[in-house]
Structure formats: structure tokens, C-alpha cells
Design a protein around this ligand. Structure first.
Ligand SMILES: [Zn+2]
Length: 127
């Protein structure tokens, strides 16, 4: 018997204009419990994020179109589409040397029912 929610599947997503498309491998569970954050960036953008390692995330098109925005300690690359302004994901190097982590904005992923998500809040504003 397989438990569907623990099965890894491939999800697709894009910015609004479609210039940037991507896919990621993640379980239903990961995709249903995003992190919401109240820092100066996430509080404004409203991104609800699922975190995946670099081997689980692929940009299919538009990588060269993305603009990069950094602030504060500049650990995280907040990339956005210059045409439609959306922020499909951000990424950063793990401080412990464990590679790159991608924070995928679930609002830009196809087939996600936002009303069913159960975000957990992270107090980024307190950092
Ligand atoms: Zn776009």
C-alpha cells in the first residue's frame, strides 16, 4: 500500500507572463505546508514557500531573463521576472556548505489550491 502524500512527484510552475518556467520534485505533504514569513521581503511579496534541494529543482526556461535582488546580508537571491514582476522562487547557498536550497513560491506552482494550504509562520521579521 502506498501512501500518496509521501510519494514524490513532479510539479510545474511559471511566472505570470510565462517567460520563466520551472519544475520541482516534491511530496504532496511538502507542497501543502508552505512556510510563510513576515520579514520585510516576504511580508510584502506574500510568497508561500516550499524548500527543496538543488537536485529537486529545474528552471526550464527564462533563467537568463530573471533579475536578481538581494538585501541585508545578501545570502538569498530573490529573483523575479522583469516582464511580469513575479517572484517564482528564490535561492541561496546553505551556510553549512550543504549545497544550494531553492525556496519555491507555491503561488506560482500549477495545480495548487491556495485555500487548502496550511502555512506555518516564520518570524523572519525578528531576525
Ligand atoms: Zn514573467
Amino acid at each position: 500500500m502506498s501512501n500518496e502524500s509521501n510519494e514524490t512527484k513532479t510539479w510545474t510552475g511559471s511566472c505570470h507572463c510565462g517567460a520563466v518556467t520551472f519544475e520541482l520534485d516534491a511530496t504532496d505533504e511538502l507542497m501543502s505546508k508552505p512556510m510563510a514569513c513576515n520579514c520585510s521581503m516576504c511580508g510584502r511579496s506574500g510568497a508561500w514557500m516550499a524548500f527543496v534541494p538543488e537536485e529537486s529543482f529545474r528552471v526550464l526556461s527564462g533563467r537568463d531573463e530573471l533579475r536578481d535582488y538581494q538585501f541585508g546580508k545578501r545570502h538569498i537571491h530573490h529573483v523575479f521576472c522583469p516582464t511580469c514582476g513575479l517572484k517564482p522562487y528564490s535561492w541561496g547557498e546553505n551556510p553549512d556548505g550543504g549545497g544550494t536550497t531553492f525556496a519555491v513560491n507555491l503561488r506560482c506552482v500549477d495545480g495548487i489550491d491556495l485555500q487548502k494550504l496550511e502555512p506555518s509562520w516564520y518570524d523572519g521579521a525578528a531576525l
